[in-house]
Design a protein around this ligand. Structure first.
Ligand code: SF4
Length: 334
């Protein structure tokens, strides 16, 4: 069962391309700024490869949203610069409430977050008081505060299995594809919110079949935010970190990947001998909007990162009361 109105998300403009010497100069300036401000850069796998490279070379970190927040909490820096989307900055703030958390732009959001507004979701919960509320990390702090559990895709199946075994009925938000995947894996009674990721929702079954026919020995790695019929074609289904691990362990020479193309930076490093092929996002005659590149992740650019300590309005603020309320479910995601 699904609930939600379909929202049409306006995409931000794609960023301007930089020349090689401009990039080099900006990277040096960013590294210097991070040092001067006792700050560390924490980037998501889906950000631009330049940002991921800078995070690694400046002593920061690249990972999924919870790994990013945990790294920030354990790092001695007093300021965390989070390159990702807004809910990732909020998660970092929740785990490091005493640190300053800055982002290159607070306009970088997520269709899952946008598609699950606090008031509507609170109303949905009210209508189903006997269900355990489990939300995905890709939600605002306010929505997390309404949940009993906050989980990432890497542990989603295990947590729902545990809740199902003790007889809980689940209310799940916001990603309908991930919810449906978990439902099939666990057999749990799940009521699903009708949200979707604009990147994964675009992977196409028929076009993927054609790509697989072209590369018959390739393995297919699929993120579970993808449509059900695309998941059916996968050799491995998993979170971003799990997909990188699968690529590393694979004996195949070619790997077709159904997730944001930004992951190729770390995946190629983990599996340097493999040819990585992006899964198709448009069928015959169709066009893609995201084309396997999250438009909000791509708003994190060296140009605005270099200005991150000078901007007046790019600090993540989460009300202490909200941190208290959302902290306990976030902490359950061990
Ligand atoms: S890739 Fe999808 S889930 Fe991730 S931030 Fe972008 S819209 Fe959200």
């Amino acid at each position: 069962m699904l609930l939600n109105a379909k929202l049409d998300f306006p995409f931000p403009k794609p960023p301007a391309q930089l020349k090689a010497d401009q990039k080099q100069q900006l990277m040096a300036q960013c590294t210097q700024q991070l040092k001067l401000n006792n700050a560390v850069l924490i980037a998501h796998y889906y950000t631009d490869p330049d940002i991921q490279q800078l995070a690694e070379e400046s002593g920061g970190f690249v990972g999924d949203s919870l790994e990013m927040a945990k790294f920030g909490a354990n790092h001695p820096a007093t300021t965390l610069v989070v390159a990702g989307v807004k809910f990732m900055g909020e998660t970092s703030k929740m785990l490091s409430p005493s640190k300053r958390v800055l982002m290159p732009t607070l306009e970088a959001t997520c269709s899952l977050d946008l598609g699950c507004p606090e008031q509507e979701f609170a109303e949905f919960i009210k209508q189903h008081p006997n269900r355990t509320v489990v939300v995905y990390a890709n939600t605002s702090a306010a929505v997390k505060a309404l949940a009993d559990w906050v989980i990432t895709s890497s542990i989603a199946v295990n947590v729902i299995q545990h809740l199902h075994a003790k007889g809980d009925k689940i209310l799940w938000a916001p990603d309908k594809h991930l919810g449906s995947y978990i439902q099939k894996q666990t057999g749990a009674d799940m009521l699903l919110w009708d949200g979707h990721c604009v990147v994964h929702d675009e992977f196409k079954y028929k076009a993927l079949q054609q790509t697989m026919a072209f590369y018959p020995d390739a393995e297919v790695l699929v993120h579970p935010e993808s449509p059900d019929n695309v998941i059916q074609l996968a050799s491995h289904v998993g979170s971003t970190s799990q997909l990188i691990q699968s690529a590393q362990n694979s004996t195949a020479k070619q790997i077709i990947v159904a997730t944001d193309q930004g992951i190729f930076y770390k995946m190629q490093k983990a599996a340097p001998d493999k040819e990585l092929i992006i899964a198709p996002t448009a069928g015959e005659g169709a066009t893609c909007r995201s084309c396997a590149q999250c438009p909000w992740m791509k708003m994190n650019q060296l140009v605005n990162l270099e200005q991150v300590f000078l901007q007046p309005d790019n600090e993540i603020k989460v009300a202490p009361k909200l941190i208290e309320k959302s902290f306990s479910p976030v902490k359950k995601d061990g």
